[in-house]
Design a protein around this ligand. Structure first.
Ligand SMILES: Cc1cc2nc3c(=O)[nH]c(=O)nc-3n(C[C@H](O)[C@H](O)[C@H](O)COP(=O)(O)O)c2cc1C
Length: 126
């Protein structure tokens, strides 16, 4: 079942250079349905939804590895089997963990219209 975000929801997570979760804020944990302890150290694909096309994540990784900011729409899975859509901005070279450059993603609610458009696009990429 879809969980629709509130306008004020703001989901933040930080990873190391390989996409291993180092931090997630309260909104991220609550909406995903995990405690922070369950998330830390796990690959970020723990919240991956099978409807997400591989091409979207390839573009994400190509962009952030080249030092640029990636923005895009992401459908994430919840621990309870539900899902939610976000508009994500992923920042490269965030100083976290081991002094190594990592990444940070900030997510806000995606609108019904945005979701409709992106859903149709992602179906063509599957
Ligand atoms: C900072 C950051 C945040 C990410 N957030 C998500 C996310 O919310 N959902 C997701 O499915 N993948 C996210 N990813 C991408 C995952 O690392 C992974 O590439 C993706 O889930 C696809 O899984 P796979 O690479 O095992 O195919 C994020 C990556 C980074 C660096």
């Amino acid at each position: 079942m879809e969980h629709v975000l509130k306008d004020t929801d703001f989901l933040v997570s930080q990873t190391d250079s390989k996409g291993k979760i180092l931090f997630a804020n309260d909104d991220f944990c609550k909406i995903a349905g995990y405690t922070l302890d369950e998330l830390i150290g796990k690959p970020h694909s723990i919240v991956r939804h099978p409807d997400m096309p591989k091409a979207a994540f390839k573009e994400l990784w190509d962009t952030i590895k080249s030092g640029k900011i990636w923005t895009g729409y992401v459908k994430n899975g919840m621990k309870n089997g539900g899902f939610y859509w976000v508009y994500a901005t992923v920042y490269p070279n965030i100083a976290c963990g081991n002094g190594e450059g990592g990444y940070m993603s900030c997510r806000r609610k995606a609108s019904v219209d945005e979701i409709k458009t992106v859903e149709a696009l992602y179906k063509t990429l599957q």
